[in-house]
Design a protein around this ligand. Sequence first.
Ligand SMILES: [Mn+2]
Length: 358
Amino acid sequence: MEMTLRWYGSKYDTVQLWQIRQIPGVKGVITTLYNKQPGELWEHDEIRALRKEVAGDGLKIAGIESVNVSDAIKAATPDRDLHIENYIKTLENLGKEDIHLVCYNFMPVFDWTRTELARKREDGSTVLAYKQEAVDALVPEKMFETLAEDTNGTVMPGWEPERMGHVKELFELYKDIDEEKLFENLVYFLKAIMPVCNKYDIKMAIHPDDPAWPVFGLPRIINNEQNILKLMNAVDDVHNGVTFCSGSYGTNLENDLPHMIRVLKGRIHFAHVRNLKFISPTNFEEAAHLSEDGTFDMYEIVRALYETGFDGPIRPDHGRMIWGEVAMPGYGLYDRALGATYINGLWEAIEKGARARK
Ligand SMILES: [Mn+2]
């Protein structure tokens, strides 16, 4: 595995590349061109400039999270083929800059949903949290407003204010799209981009839906073992792969995370490793990475990745806000650095234990 940290770019992130470089074991970042709208073309020189900036601080781009898929592609509107053409050219430009991993998601309207961005825990740290009753009490248009004051002045991916201004129209776009139709649109998209992925060896890694059940009646298709395997089989090419996000698949306690990792062997190209603490099955908060702070057995998750030969980029995921840091919720430096160090420790112990037994 290759330990990385997500970085939003010098214009948007409170965390700097030089700080990331000082986290033990982190040699790469997962980043994006944050100013790009879904469907828009990423020019070759823009990607080159980003790569050079990252290299200037002694790091590499280990992957892109995300090249966002537009609602036109997800909902198959008349702009779909134009946007797919732009996506293909973008992948080609990424390949030319030696970038071989692209994370994306296929969630309608909302990239991910939390109902609190700063729930206070006993130790005074704050975390993102989700409570189904809070969602049920809201109309979707109000979702962003309820969160807006807790963003610490940052723009959160998937929750850009200009996008949220059009929530009603977005819902209209998806009114006839059920799970089957959404799945068909995803397969259409993947089949169209596989040739360029093969040419440049670009591994597409779909991020699961978060939470892993329908929110506001919107369809969910990447949420459990059965559905992700269905997608792997529908486009049976190694470049059609998975971002294994423990914190997203894990929102549904019925998902057996280590087992899912094992059945997806060879198709997991990117891993997001984090822990959740459940108060009830539909009320959870994002814990520290350490097993004992949450609900998941992080040792078993990392062991499953190790034993299936996972060799792609891995990153700690949302961290708690600690030590007075002011940053994008979930994306401060301190707790993610602790998470990276913890995962590195698990990995070293598992690897050396496995070697000693040979
Ligand atoms: Mn994730």
